[in-house]
Ligand binder design. Sequence first.
Ligand code: ADP
Ligand code: MG
Ligand code: MG
Length: 255
Amino acid sequence: MSTLEIKDLHVSIDTEQGVIPILKGVTLTINTGETHAIMGPNGSGKSTLASTIAGHPRYTVDSGSITLDGEDVLSMSVDERARAGLFLAMQYPVEVPGVTMTNFLRTAKTALDGEAPSLRHWTKDVKTAMSALRIDADFAQRNVNEGFSGGEKKRVEILQLELFRPRFAILDETDSGLDVDALKVVSEGVNREHSKGEMGTLLITHYTRILRYIKPDFVHVFVAGRIAEQGGPELADRLEEEGYDRFTAQTTVEA
Ligand code: ADP
Ligand code: MG
Ligand code: MG
């Protein structure tokens, strides 16, 4: 078992208006085999948490720690984090002009594992995963994310998840902009990988919809850069009925 541990994390961002603190003491422990949902209103810092774990240079860690099995993640480069088994599916996936999906996937897999995957298995694995995610075979020869629809980009993210087999997957609003069919296909992919029991998942979402397909073990409500409440799956049901008003009202009073 592996453990990703976030302790009292404070993160700020440098803007034209000055330095703005965004995360104000986030503590969270995720073990492989567990699915944690982070839910919260827009602007509460969910993507900031994801980007900080992934090592996005935009964000400054002021205090606190992130460790993976005791190893200091914050001192690792973005590449080192990926090799250590952290996977971030971005809210806004980027295009990579001039690089085909096939080349990208194989190059990334080789970099992650430190050796090239055996061609015979690899070709089969890619085909199997693509067909399970209902990604058309000719996508293999297309440039990464170039001209892909929102739904296609999300499927390709989950394709990477299934091929790279990370220890921890951070899925930031993987559900946004997906119709129900795409949501099901994408969720099935995450569940397939999860069922192998070797992955911890941090599922970040604004809406409860995806939690009908991916069942969280723990739900954390994120408000104004902090975890305001934690619970089991029943907390997501309550949020579906009550929304975030109760939490945001509280924050306003405190401020
Ligand atoms: P969420 O993902 O929960 O919607 P974010 O982490 O994207 O929240 O944003 C948290 C807060 O930080 C917001 O108030 C947002 O405006 C601010 N913020 C995040 N990234 C930037 C940025 N690059 N420049 C300026 N403000 C930012
Ligand atoms: Mg947002
Ligand atoms: Mg976000």
